[in-house]
Design a protein around this ligand. Structure first.
Ligand code: 9Z3
Length: 302
């Protein structure tokens, strides 16, 4: 048996998995043939240390890339499955922080609430766009917390897309842990400090891009992200991933410069997307350009 198969045997499906599958099936069936469909994964996966989880290993990702990219895919006419870490950054909502919203409200003469006129112009376009997308049912929110939740939902989404809308796009921006503790090696209850210092051994997570590309979604257009912190390694690792998994695109980024520069690595060519100083000052988001490029490649492919 392959390592990835053992992983799914040893780690149970997340709570609510069947309900998520029903939503996925409906969403894919509804949009197939009407809108191009993109799966956007976003935010970091946790790795629990206990089955009744009090503590877990986490990573830095807030989900900004995935949330921003989702808005740009929607603007390009896509229906988007937004598979994201619970409580991470969410499209549309990311523009409105709760304290701004509370400070923007006032009571009207009927005792209801309304936005202060000076804030309306800021909130209105976001609200309008969000309402339109939701009325067209073009955005499906699915959440994960742990690595195992994420992998179960990733496999299910890929398989439904392959079955119902095989020309769809996968845009894998989630920051996925490479290490984990298998269920059968995990403490059941909260680890006690009375037992002394804690030594944890993490196992390697099987490389899931391999079955994803070759078995779960062989006809899908797959774009994955590669994250490094050492600029010397980035292109070599991104090119290596493309050769190894044989998917369509690897988007390489460095932790330190990820908001302003990425490199798109495809089989025939690689290409840097970089924001100018002026674009940075004007608050232009690099995801706008990444998504335009990815959509261009996806269109050529379909
Ligand atoms: C990325 O590289 C994303 O661009 C970021 C976005 C996580 C850097 P933020 O959430 O950051 O906007 O702050 N995602 C992929 C990371 C990853 O886990 N890649 C794996 C790897 O590098 C391959 S699938 O080995």
């Amino acid at each position: 048996m392959e390592e990835w198969e053992q992983y799914f045997l040893r780690n149970p499906a997340p709570q609510g998995f069947n309900a998520s599958c029903d939503q996925l099936k409906k969403f894919c069936g509804q949009h197939a043939g009407h809108h191009p469909i993109a799966l956007v994964t976003s935010g970091g996966t946790t790795v629990p240390l206990e089955r009744n989880t009090v503590r877990f290993v986490d990573n830095f990702s807030a989900g900004t890339r995935g949330a921003a990219s989702t808005e740009y895919f929607l603007a390009q006419g896509y229906a988007v499955i937004f598979l994201h870490r619970e409580k991470s950054v969410v499209p549309f909502f990311r523009h409105l922080n709760p304290s701004f919203l509370l400070n923007s409200l006032q009571e009207n003469s009927e005792g209801g609430l309304q936005l202060l006129p000076q804030h309306s112009s800021q909130v209105y376009p976001i609200w309008k766009n969000y309402q339109r997308i939701m009325s067209e049912e073009r955005l499906l929110f699915l959440t994960f917390t742990s690595l195992s939740d994420y992998l179960w939902l990733l496999r299910a989404t890929t398989q439904y897309l392959q079955q119902l809308a095989p020309s769809s796009l996968l845009y894998l921006a989630a920051a996925v842990s490479d290490f984990y503790i298998p269920q059968d090696q995990m403490a059941e209850h909260k680890i006690q400090s009375a037992s002394g210092p804690l030594t944890v051994t993490l196992q390697l997570v099987p490389k899931m891009l391999s079955p994803l590309v070759s078995l779960w979604g062989p006809d899908l257009f797959v774009a994955s992200f590669k994250l490094e912190t050492d600029s010397e390694k980035l292109i070599e690792k991104a090119t290596g991933a493309l050769k190894r998994y044989k998917h369509k695109l690897v988007i390489g980024n460095l932790l330190q410069t990820r908001r302003t520069e990425v490199t798109l690595v495809a089989e025939e060519q690689s290409h840097v997307v970089k924001l100018t100083q002026l674009q940075q000052q004007e608050g232009v988001e690099i995801e706008k350009f990444i998504v335009e490029e990815v959509c261009g490649c996806h269109k050529k492919f379909t």
